[in-house]
Design a protein around this ligand. Structure first.
Ligand SMILES: [Zn+2]
Length: 380
């Protein structure tokens, strides 16, 4: 369901409070949280609570948020909450234009992109597009394109064990990414949950077979290429994002890294409701992704650990976006790769031959050749 006026306002205020005023990120060592920050956060959250009654249409948004921004400014003698004021003023000018849904590139206006999770999705999509182009030369165009929806729910179980849940449908054009948030206060830690979820939905699903304009079958929830191999890349890309210290990652350093690892690991724990054998494959895919980088480095096919990770990224992006890629073909590719990468003592010769095949695939983009080469290596 598209966001209503009051929902847009409540979500915008809660996100601003999480980005700029989370006490966990604003504490001064030995002094605690400045009172102006505590008061500003309380005002934003109070505004989010009363929005349901006081914001009845798009026409009332500007005045409602303008008053809150004025209130914040009166608190801010030292300018410590200036960024929150700027954000609330921006929302007061733009929230009338969108409803949290739509295609960012080739679709919505700049104003409409401020609504719901579109602003964060836009930042992540642009960054992932640049990473993809840098690694493979492939450019994300406006076709088939990605379209987003932002929903809120008061059913915590729908988002458990975290704050948000994502879903993707790549069988249609544009491809659809649905993000559902729990309708409550948002913390800086929750921002990391949201950022990881968006990275996952775009990287693991939205990009699959993207070089073809045609719709593609959706991966099953147990697909170990999508949910293991690709998710490991999505996790790495989220970690890189968090290290950049942008407005969406106020919780950075060891605290932010620890929170991201917690979310990532939870996807590989026994608590996930999939059969154990499928979880074993998911965990093997994560291990295989890491093992390929190790083999590249140990056999001097990469000049450093960073170089090895970049090569694995280029290989993974090339396979994922390939015009002929489908979830079934990629899952079978993952199965082939894992035979060597996490197989029972495959031997150094097989490992290096596999690594060579993966590197040359980035240049040839010949998926049938890659499959044949791996089958020859494994003797199938
Ligand atoms: Zn997924």
């Amino acid at each position: 369901m598209p966001l209503e006026a009051s929902q847009k306002v409540a979500l915008g205020l809660r996100l601003a409070a999480a980005c700029y005023l989370d006490p966990e990120c604003c504490s001064v060592v030995g002094q605690g949280v400045p009172s102006s920050i505590r008061s500003a956060r309380a005002k934003l959250l109070a505004g989010a609570s009363v929005a349901a009654h006081e914001v009845t249409s798009d026409a009332s948004i500007s005045t409602f948020l303008g008053d809150i921004a004025d209130d914040l400014e009166s608190l801010d003698a030292q300018g410590v909450i200036a960024e929150a004021v700027i954000q609330v003023r921006l929302l007061s000018r733009t929230l009338h234009a969108g409803n949290g849904d739509g295609q960012i590139h080739g679709g919505l206006s700049e104003e409409a992109c401020q609504t719901g999770l579109l602003r964060l999705s836009k930042a992540i999509e642009e960054r992932l597009g640049a990473a993809l182009k840098n690694a493979t030369g492939f450019e994300m165009g406006t076709k088939p394109g990605l379209s987003y929806t932002t929903c809120v729910t008061d059913e915590a179980a729908r988002c458990a064990p975290f704050f948000v849940t994502g879903d993707a449908d790549i069988s249609c054009t544009p491809r659809e990414i649905a993000l559902t948030l729990f309708d409550g206060e948002i913390s800086a830690r929750a921002l990391l949950h949201i950022a990881y979820t968006i990275h996952h939905e775009i990287t693991c699903h939205g990009l699959q077979g993207l070089a073809s304009d045609a719709g593609k079958p959706n991966a099953h929830a147990t697909c170990f290429w999508s949910e293991g191999w690709m998710d490991t890349l999505a996790f790495d890309l989220t970690q890189d994002w968090a290290k950049e210290k942008n407005a969406w990652t106020p919780l950075n350093g060891p605290d932010g890294e620890g929170e991201l690892w917690k979310i990532h690991d939870a996807r590989y724990s026994a608590a996930v409701n999939i059969p154990k054998v499928q979880m074993d494959y998911r965990r093997a895919a994560r291990a295989g992704f890491r093992r390929l980088a190790r083999i590249l480095q140990d056999n001097c096919l990469a000049s450093s650990q960073i170089d090895a990770c970049e090569l694995v990224k280029a290989f993974t992006f090339t396979a994922q976006t390939h015009a002929d890629a489908t979830c079934t073909r990629l899952r079978l590719l993952a199965a082939r790769l894992l035979t060597v990468l996490v197989g029972d003592n495959p031997g150094r010769r097989k490992e290096t031959e596999l690594a060579h095949s993966c590197i040359s695939f980035v240049a040839t983009r010949d998926m049938a050749l890659l499959e044949a080469q791996i089958d020859k290596i494994t003797g199938i």
